[in-house]
Design a protein around this ligand. Sequence first.
Ligand code: HEC
Ligand code: HEC
Length: 373
Amino acid sequence: MYQAVLFVILFSCSFVAFAEVDFEALRSTYSQAPEAWPKPELSAGVAHRELGLLPDVVHPSSNPFSQAKAALGRRLFFDPKLSRSGQIACASCHDRDLGWADGRTVSFGHDRLTGKRNAPSVENAAFWQTLFWDGRAISLEEQALMPIQDPLEMNMTLPELLEKLNADPSYQSVFKAVFGTKTISVQQVAKALATYQRTIVSRRSDFDYFLLARTQSHSRIQQAYNQKLSDQALWGLHLFRTKARCMNCHNGPLFSDNGFHNIGLTYYKREYEDLGRYLVTGKASDVGKFKTPSLRGVMNSKPWMHNGLLADMEGVMAVYNAGGFRFRGDPKDPLAPITSPLLQPLSLTQQEQQALVAFMDALTPYPSAGIVH
Ligand code: HEC
Ligand code: HEC
């Protein structure tokens, strides 16, 4: 019965004010198992992947987990020795205190040279099917050696890196203990870095506690976990799945479909042009597409988007409310970027946009995952 009332209230009128939302009904609907939640608003052809708790990390059989390997990976991740200048570590741009990103619009590396892209967080890197904004690496093992060699990042060659590491007795003995070989190889460096990064998994967010509430046996704990999601954030969750259409791309436990979409930030034929996924596949339909980022921990890693364009979350919601950015150039140009048809003007009120921001907060545990000594 309350569900019917809720639907009338939430769906019949697009200018719902905060005071008019029946939060009690909304909370009891969402306190059920996700299978009983209202159906998400998805475009035809988009698979239904419900939001949920992150699964356990699976380490690949080609690079099984060991504590010693993860510890070695961590040492490498924080060691500026991996760069030519001896000053830049992975952690320079993936800093735990900045949500495992660098807080900058776009990163700078060797000689303070700037790249074109915003550093994504490495939190939850274990769950990606592809890495980088354009998905050009398909495993963390493959990815790890790329920044080391990137002239704008760490600017090393692999032979020089091996020479440096093999000349360091303390590294030599640890690599030997982990991999059992006399000399250090680049594959071993990559494997250790990948293993360490697979241990950087988000802490529980308020949203996760809300999901766990149902399964607690003590009613006091059940209640406390359930209340971690405020009324405003709960409303945000509902909008995220329905009217705001976010689930069309940000879905599943990671809040990403692991796919690529164009939300209109290609800067085609302009100074900051970035053709995104097209640079990997060469397909015109991929111009301006970027990997759907995860939203777990998102408030810890601003500024946002592949180019760090947006630094306030209200601004992000305003962009989505308008249906994304649209290309206004020659539509006959074969490489004209096409904004995803999954984005449409949404007619969200200010309060609805604020509720979505509150939901982004509820996805963000403080502080970020991982412990740095
Ligand atoms: C100079 C800054 C900088 C340094 C140093 C750096 N990174 Fe990055 N990292 C970035 C940027 C920028 C991107 C996004 C690049 C792109 O998408 O083209 C990125 C992307 C990544 C990703 C992909 C994340 C995702 O969601 O797809 C991982 C993983 C990663 N870096 C790990 C590392 C490791 C490991 C090291 C050290 C070996 C390292 N980074 C060094 C700036 C840096
Ligand atoms: C068409 C698929 C799609 C839909 C629908 C969508 N997003 Fe996104 N989202 C993306 C992609 C792709 C990016 C990265 C775009 C870029 O950098 O060019 C992104 C970026 C973001 C970011 C920045 C994250 C970061 O780490 O930089 C936030 C926050 C975000 N989306 C929230 C939302 C919310 C909230 C909604 C619903 C109102 C939504 N998105 C709807 C695909 C989508």
